[in-house]
Design a protein around this ligand. Structure first.
Ligand code: SAM
Length: 283
């Protein structure tokens, strides 16, 4: 069987991009896979008539079957690319999403000191914390998650990328030591999916941990709890606060945040940025 014949057959079962990603992974030499994710289409076009080994085709077909059953490609490959780096993933962590890269862009656009202190709440695979540490090597980065299993994956990524993030396990800010504070940025991509949303693709989401996805109160319960905990820690705790939420939630999130002492800086894409150090007298 040639690569073109294999692609044509696989395309009848899963989408074209996924067939190409699987084909490149199995049939192309390692250097044809750009950053582990993008397809070098010129390689595929030039090698369409190459014969493939039956054993390799069998392995590739197993991946097609898994993908056809709804399993995300990131689980099948064991990694997902985020902001140009590969992050190991497993069913214990949320697969990093492209929209979350927007938070990194928002943070890069802030006026920060040369050695900023970042705190991430709900780190999952560690993709936000490790990216901030990698993009800003003089930063100190602290990251937390309530899930020990997620933290195990974040620690692995931290070691592989050599990013020096410090991890704590805990429920939002509750288990952070009292003397931890003075952050330039607190960033969080907490679970914000409301199970009532009609447009959810449960077939894909069912492969990811519920703890990473869903929240009560229109999806905002955890953000509201975190805002109240930050308020209790005082305005010195974090200068900027950067949250990810669905754009349909921004109005409600901004209203609650402003009622509790935060000041909106901007909302862009899925990200919302607040100042946490300016409003001192909100009760
Ligand atoms: C939406 S995922 C985000 C993961 C990662 N930061 C990312 O952007 O891909 C939310 C993460 O928050 C964690 N989480 C859920 N409830 C939490 C809580 N009460 N305190 C701390 N982390 C929590 C979950 O375990 C999960 O890893």
């Amino acid at each position: 069987m040639t690569i073109s014949e294999w692609l044509a057959e696989a395309r009848t079962r899963i989408d074209a991009l996924d067939t190409e990603l699987i084909a490149v992974r199995f049939f192309a030499p390692g250097d044809s896979v750009v950053n582990g994710a993008e397809v070098d289409r010129s390689w595929l076009a030039a090698h369409g008539e190459d014969e493939i080994f039956a054993d390799l085709a069998t392995l590739a077909n197993e991946m097609v079957a898994r993908r056809a059953s709804g399993e995300p490609l990131a689980h099948i490959f064991g990694f997902k690319e985020f902001y140009g780096r590969k992050f190991k993933v497993s069913p214990e962590v949320l697969i990093p999403r492209p929209e979350t890269e927007g938070l990194i862009e928002l943070i890069r656009g802030l006026d920060l000191p040369e050695e900023p202190k970042f705190l991430e709440i709900g780190t999952g695979s560690g993709c936000i914390a490790a990216t901030l540490a990698a993009e800003c090597p003089r930063a100190k980065v602290v990251a937390t998650d309530v899930s020990e299993r997620a933290l195990e994956m974040a620690r692995v990524n931290n070691v592989v990328l050599g990013t020096g993030v410090e991890f704590y396990r805990g429920d939002l800010l509750e288990d952070l030591p009292d003397d931890v504070g003075g952050f330039d940025v607190l960033v969080a991509n907490l679970p914000y999916v409301d199970e009532e949303w009609g447009w959810l693709d449960k077939r894909t989401l069912n492969f990811e941990p519920e703890l990473a996805l869903y929240a009560e109160d229109g999806g905002l319960a955890l953000y509201k709890k975190l805002i109240l905990q930050m308020k209790a820690r005082g305005e010195e705790f974090a200068r900027y606060i950067v949250f990810e939420a669905d754009p349909c939630q921004h109005e409600a999130l901004i209203r609650f945040a402003e009622e509790n002492g935060l000041l909106l800086v901007k909302a862009e894409g899925f990200g919302v940025v607040f100042r946490g150090d300016l409003v001192k007298s909100v009760k």
